[in-house]
Design a protein around this ligand. Structure first.
Ligand code: G3P
Ligand code: CA
Length: 382
């Protein structure tokens, strides 16, 4: 038996059957109070991240098919066979964690169509950048729940705009409940990979993300080493803080340029973090590194993928797993050698791109179209 055959495990087997399902839109779950602390019944189950198989992360849900960060997008990702769903987290005015990619919400909700909130449009400095719009921290959860999600990329994904106005902004509680509901239905583990967004900024306005995150995980019984909740951040300090607060696996995200906002005074760069020495440092507080995909397969002058960097090798030597972001089906997001035709919005050879990262040894891939990554992963496993 080859090592690739040995890698085939429960999530893959489940995904093979589920990826054949025809997706359906989900009715929006009504908001409800957080549950009492749940019992963690995962004691005898191997956590997803310990499986020797590359894992599929549904990026912002199945955001290629539904408005991102909605329960419908997460449910579809699960039904398509994603091992993890990925809620980015920001805070409301009353300290509740909700799933949005940014705290500024004009690009992903209908807030601009609500005259009662017109006066809340403002400009703020977020991580050193002036941003104008409406911000989650200026809305209570009850107010945010009156908004509806909209497609972020209507020109690229016009078909998704038919879902505009149908889905609420979900809380982190609701996302966890959705995952556990589908875990029971499908009898396979469903991981959740929350990302803290702008943690230093939220600290600065008295709405720290870490405490409500930990409280939520504890309440759901998701705060152990064996939990299938892995916590991500582009910043470093909050991950180190979380390392003392919870036993959940942590993911140090990195960008192709720049450095963590919280370490700007020291001049720390992401390039330093993904160096061989840097990755040994990551291992002291995190379990994964989540690089931009170009940090694993750098682009040449023509925008095509070239020889793999040392990142995966060095991470594995340091005992750190690697999950790359973000693989998307459309040509404009693909390296030039995987594009098909000249229409930037047409779909290209995403299977080829995903396979190239798998060949480079990654342990996981974030994808907007989780079914494409599942197909590529399962074909790669053989
Ligand atoms: O968390 C992985 C990936 O989602 C990071 O990029 O900007 O989509 O949150 P972003
Ligand atoms: Ca993210």
């Amino acid at each position: 038996m080859t090592s690739r055959t040995l890698r085939v495990a429960l999530p893959v087997a489940a995904a093979l059957s589920l990826s054949l399902l025809v997706p359906t839109a989900t009715a929006q779950a009504a908001p409800s109070s957080p549950p009492a602390r749940a019992s963690n019944d995962k004691a005898k189950v191997k956590p997803l991240q310990q499986l020797d198989v590359p894992l599929v992360f549904g990026h912002r849900g199945a955001s290629g098919y539904r408005p991102e960060h909605t329960l419908a997008a997460y449910e579809l990702a699960i039904r398509m066979g994603a091992d993890y769903i990925e809620p980015d987290l920001v805070s409301t005015k009353d300290g509740r964690l909700v799933a949005r990619h940014e705290n500024e919400i004009s690009g992903t909700t209908d807030v601009a169509d609500h005259p009662e909130f017109a006066g809340r449009r403002t400009t703020k400095q977020i991580d050193g950048v002036a941003v104008t719009g409406w911000f989650t921290e200026d809305f209570t959860l009850a107010e945010l729940k009156t908004l509806r999600a909209t497609e972020r990329l209507p020109l690229v994904r016009p078909g998704n705009t038919r879902y505009d106005g149908r889905f609420e902004v979900p809380t982190f509680d609701e996302v966890l409940r959705l995952a556990r509901t589908w875990e029971k239905k499908l009898k396979r583990p469903i991981g959740v990979a929350p990302e803290t967004k702008h943690p230093t900024y939220f600290d600065s306005i008295g709405l720290s993300l870490e405490e409500p995150l930990v409280r939520t995980l504890e309440r759901h019984g998701e705060d152990g080493k064996k939990s299938d909740v892995v916590i991500q951040s582009f910043e470093v300090s909050n991950l180190k803080e979380l390392d003392h607060l919870v036993d959940n696996p942590l993911v140090q995200l990195t960008s192709a340029t720049g450095g963590p906002f919280d370490l700007r005074a020291q001049g720390t760069t992401y390039a330093q973090i993904v160096s061989a020495e840097g990755l040994k440092g990551v291992k002291r507080y995190a379990d994964w590194v989540g690089p931009d995909k170009s940090q694993v397969l750098p682009r040449d002058a023509a925008g095509a993928t070239s020889t793999p960097s040392d990142l995966v090798r060095d991470a594995h030597r340091a005992g750190v797993r690697v999950v790359v972001y973000t693989v998307r089906d459309e040509n404009q997001f693909l390296p030039t050698n995987y594009r098909v035709g000249t229409d930037p919005n047409a779909k290209g050879d995403v299977f080829g791109e995903a396979t190239a990262y798998l060949d480079a040894g990654v342990d996981g891939i974030f994808g907007d179209f989780p079914d494409s990554i599942v197909d590529a992963r399962d074909a790669w496993l053989g």
